[in-house]
Design a protein around this ligand. Structure first.
Ligand SMILES: [Zn+2]
Length: 67
């Protein structure tokens, strides 16, 4: 299944400053991305180990893309 890296709130793929959206939570087994504007309202409670894993995997995928 293709993953779309878009903010779960505004559906943008990048933050206003141009940085890519990041994983902030895992909901129903799916990564939830957020731009910098909506990061706080979409973020999972601090210390959720699933989120740490998802962020690590997301970074690994970015490196794997070679960009
Ligand atoms: Zn957003």
């Amino acid at each position: 299944m293709p993953r779309s890296r878009r903010c779960a709130h505004c559906r943008k793929a990048t933050s206003p400053n141009g940085a890519p959206v990041t994983v902030v939570a895992v909901r129903d087994g799916r990564d939830v991305y957020a731009c910098s504007l909506h990061r706080e309202e979409l973020a999972a409670p601090a210390g959720d180990p699933l989120v740490a894993i998802a962020q690590y995997q997301d970074m690994a995928r970015r490196r794997g893309a070679g960009r």
